[in-house]
Structures are given as structure tokens and as C-alpha cells.
Design a protein around this ligand. Sequence first.
Ligand SMILES: Nc1ncnc2c1ncn2[C@@H]1O[C@H](COP(=O)(O)OP(=O)(O)O)[C@@H](O)[C@H]1O
Ligand SMILES: [Mg+2]
Length: 356
Amino acid sequence: MRVELIHIIKRFGPLQAVDDVSLTIGEGDFFTLLGPSGCGKTTLLRTIAGFYVPDSGEIRFGDRVVNDIPAHRRETGMVFQNYALFPHLSVFDNIAYGLKARKVPRKEIAERIGRIIRSVQLEGLEHRSPSQLSGGQQQRVALARALVISPQILLMDEPLSNLDAKLRVSMREKIRRIQKELGITTIYVTHDQEEAMAVSDWIAILNRGHLEQVGTPFEIYYRPESRFAAEFMGSSNIIEMDVAGYDEAQSQIVAETAGQRFFLRGERPSGARVVLSVRPEWLRIVAAPAEGEKNLLSGRILSSTFLGSMIRYQVTGPGEKPVAIEVHDPDEGKIRGDGETLWYQLPADRPLVIGK
Ligand SMILES: Nc1ncnc2c1ncn2[C@@H]1O[C@H](COP(=O)(O)OP(=O)(O)O)[C@@H](O)[C@H]1O
Ligand SMILES: [Mg+2]
């Protein structure tokens, strides 16, 4: 089912936890709310679920306005961060809870639970209590409990944050597989950008309650619209330059920093400065500045870290901040030492200038 949020505001006293959020989440989409702790993800998700009433704005499921419909009648399934399993009930009874509350016949309950237990791979654990399960198994009970009622919309609040790193990766793949099988509209909350990229069709970046950017993982990584989005989604070098002119024919901004000229793809800038976002793996190290080579910078190596598949250099940048450069598949003989000067080139073919 499609979900539409129209100018949603939610306050706690003077604090505006959700600040005028408008979004459309398409039928069957895996949509992620991504942002740092305290940015309003849980508040927004709970408002969609019906646990909070927005101070203003409208929430629609399909064509229906649900503002006045209580949580238990919104046909959403929710997976909470701490799972919120009933400790005194077995796995079976935890999953059965919502079906019993809906007065589903006993025989049908057994059938539906059998099916969902296979789908989340909990066979044989039906009669255990939650305390006899691992974190990953508890997480799957919570997922089964949310899905067994055949909700129209699945809501998940950092469902993997209590698991260790390896399990997180395998669980996120399971969640994505089940979501695709069921084709269920899913709104997923995480603060982990890699997790968000790995599972989502769409990502909305939240910053202090407001939407910073909405896009596919690819769009946000390659075309961040703000510093915040660029730095939150992966790592990025933010470099500022002075505008020295604009070449209409080439659609190129002529900019200056560290006494050098740079030629950047982009529209005519409105201000006297431009802000660039450059991913560390987009920078190419060059041996020495050759004649005619454009967009070169140099810096002194502050540190180099060998990470197996890549080496990550920190070098002094044209501004105050160091610049990170990642070289993939580094050759041991070519790894450079601290203090050396390194020349590197900005990519010519990518748009680097961001809005703000
Ligand atoms: N029940 C509440 N009462 C008062 N303030 C709250 C309440 N819940 C959350 N907040 C505040 O609202 C902001 C957003 O919180 P939250 O939605 O939990 O963020 P996130 O899930 O992104 O970490 C935070 O500043 C938090 O302290
Ligand atoms: Mg939260």
C-alpha cells in the first residue's frame, strides 16, 4: 500500500522532533529513513504507526487519511529495536498473539504460523521461550510476529542494531529477500548508511527532524545535494573554492583555490564560492604534474592506512581539512610514506559541485 506524508510536524514541548516532512512511499517499496541518533527517525515511524498523533499534517495509506485511526487498526506490522517479545510466552504464542487478538480460528492460526516460521527459518524452535533464543533468532520472532497478521505496511525501527556485525549482514539480506517475496511496502529505520544502501529502494536522509534529501541509494551517493547528505552517506571530501568565472560553452565553472585554477562541471553558480563533494575513491594519484594536466592538487601525507583491498591516505588539503584518498588494489612497492608530497587529480567527468 502507498503511504503519503503531507507536512507532518510532531513536537515534544518546545522541541520539533519532526519538522514539516512530506514524502510518498510507493506500493511495495523498501523505503529507509536514515540519519544520526536523535534526528527524529523513531518519532516519524511511530507517527506513521499511530503511536503518536502529529501536531499537524496528514498521513494517508492508499487514498485513506489515517490520522484518526488508532494504531491497532492501521494494519501495520511493527518490529521494534529491542524486539519487545513477551518473555513469558513461547515463540509460537508470541507470533500467535496478533492473530488471537483478531479472533482468527485456531486451525488457521496454526497454518499461518507454520508458513511464517518456515519463511523466517525458525523451524523446531516453536516451544522455546525468548530467553532460550539467540539475538538473531529473537529478531526473527519479532519479524514473524509483525508479518503473520499480513499487514499492508511493515515498519521496522533499527531491527538489526543489537546484533553483531556478521549477523547484521546476513539478517539484512534475509529481511530484503522476505520483503521482496511478499512485495510488502516497508518503512525501515537505521542510522547505518551501509545497511541503508544495501537494502533500500529509496532512502530519505533526516537531519534534525527535517528531510535533507530523498533518492535512490545511487542518487544520494553520487549526487548528494548537501554537505550533510554527502558526509552522512559514506565519506566525502568537502572542498570549497572561489568562483573565478563561468564558461558558458563548456558548462564549466572556473574556480580557484590554493592559487590554482580548476574547471568544474556544473551550472552557473549563484554565489562567490562553490562547495565540492569528492568521494575518496574518485581521486587519482598522479606521479608528477605533467604539462596540460588539469585539476591537480597536492598535499603532504599525514597518514596512510593499509586496509587490504585499499590504502587510505590522509593528506593536507587546500583548505583547513585534510583530504582522504583511497587507492584500490594498492601495490606494496608503491605505497608512500608519511611526509611525502602527493599529487592527485579531481575527476573531470563527474559533477562535484553540490548545492549547499
Ligand atoms: N517521548 C519523548 N518526549 C520528549 N522528547 C522526545 C521523546 N521521544 C523523542 N524525543 C526527542 O525527539 C528527538 C528525536 O528523537 P527520536 O525520534 O527518538 O530520534 P532517532 O530515532 O532518530 O534517534 C530527540 O531529540 C529526542 O530526545
Ligand atoms: Mg530511534
